[in-house]
Design a protein around this ligand. Structure first.
Ligand SMILES: NC(=O)c1ccc[n+]([C@@H]2O[C@H](COP(=O)([O-])OP(=O)(O)OC[C@H]3O[C@@H](n4cnc5c(N)ncnc54)[C@H](O)[C@@H]3O)[C@@H](O)[C@H]2O)c1
Length: 328
């Protein structure tokens, strides 16, 4: 589906092949659309209570793409999540259910924080309680979410409800930017992975608004999966956690470009457009202290430089060979 949404460059097939080669018979891939309730139920019935953990990451993940086909976006993100929850309730109600929600559930409310313009980034006023990051107390109501944000809110509250109402151990991880070396970055989604790819291959890159000083926190998939593992080992019911790079791993667009250029030794070919993406956050850093307090043994291992270096090292050959392939 990622290929359907964003074209062949964004396909995740290469990673599926990699998993099949690496893990052999330990890995079983079922190519099922989460909108297809009947096929999902068949799979869940087949494994039943042997299913101990559901990590639900399937989505239409782009803020901007959602406005092109709101019905596709909603049926994948909201109805698809409902199908998975219902299959879990019917066939493996003791399984832990982890859902990758998003910071877009807060809509554009983060843009109302008192921001200070620094030379290379926007920052929140140091005296503000959210200086360390935005926590789960921010309202998800009455703001501009994007259609994507709305379909994820629907899914997020469904996941919470299946926890509270049916006592299934569910968790919503409201992600900042989640990425890593296996991300199939593309212009509409997967910011750091796509940025590094553009720096390395000479593809032109566009910055949309906010003077390029917009800030995101970025967490390596290794650290995210480690958080999932901690939750799985000691689950709770209907939890909500903000999860991202936090103060430990974040950057502005301009800072990210500089780091990518340093790591690769190449220069990005970029242009600036004054108009920002609708409802786009100016500054977002996750406060992960609630998760940390519930799971004190969890810690982030990758800071921004290590994350970017890992994306670079594990992809450079594949990207360059794809470029050659396209030009032959
Ligand atoms: N990457 C981020 O910065 C970020 C931030 C916040 C939340 N999230 C959430 O994390 C999850 C994973 O994001 P990602 O960045 O890995 O995106 P991704 O697009 O790489 O992964 C989503 C996967 O879901 C699959 N998929 C899409 N529609 C499907 C369908 N109908 N049935 C079955 N599979 C389907 C896609 O093919 C893709 O492999 C998503 O739920 C996304 O909303 C991501």
């Amino acid at each position: 589906m990622r290929q359907v949404f964003f074209g062949t460059e964004a396909s995740t097939d290469w990673n599926r092949q990699h998993l099949e080669e690496q893990l052999g018979r330990q890995y079983h891939h079922y190519n099922i659309d989460i909108r297809d309730q009947e096929s999902l139920n068949k799979l869940f019935r087949q494994y039943g209570t042997a299913i101990e953990l559901v990590v639900h990451t399937a989505a239409q993940p782009s803020h901007d793409w959602a406005a092109r086909e709101p019905i596709t976006d909603f049926t994948v993100n909201a109805n698809g999540t409902l199908n998975l929850l219902e299959a879990t309730r019917q066939f493996c109600p003791k399984a832990v259910f982890i859902f990758t929600s998003t910071n877009k559930v807060y809509g554009d409310t983060p843009n109302t924080l008192p921001l200070v313009e620094l030379e290379r980034r926007w920052e929140v006023d140091e005296k503000h309680p959210f200086y360390s990051g935005i926590d789960e107390s921010m309202s998800i109501d009455q703001s501009k979410h994007s259609l994507f944000g709305v379909s994820k809110v629907a899914a997020d509250v469904l996941v919470q409800e299946y926890g509270r109402y049916f006592e299934i151990p569910t968790a919503c991880f409201r992600g900042g930017c989640l990425t890593g070396p296996n991300h199939s970055g593309t212009a509409l989604h997967g910011f750091l992975s796509y940025l590094m790819r553009c720096v390395c291959t000479g593809k032109p890159y566009t910055i949309y608004g906010y003077k390029g000083k917009q800030v995101r926190d970025n967490i390596h998939s290794h650290d995210l999966v480690s958080a999932f593992y901690h939750f799985y080992k000691a689950p709770k019911i209907a939890e909500v956690y903000n999860m991202g790079g936090s103060r430990y791993s974040n950057c502005s667009m301009l800072e990210a470009i500089e780091s990518c250029q340093q790591i690769s030794g190449k220069q990005l070919n970029w242009t600036y457009t004054e108009t920002n993406r609708i409802g786009d956050h100016i500054w977002y850093i996750s406060d992960t202290r609630k998760f940390q307090s519930h799971y004190p043994d969890w810690r982030q291992e990758y800071n921004l430089e290590q994350l970017l270096a890992d994306i670079y090292n594990k992809n450079i050959e594949r990207w360059l060979s794809q470029e050659v392939g396209q030009h032959v």
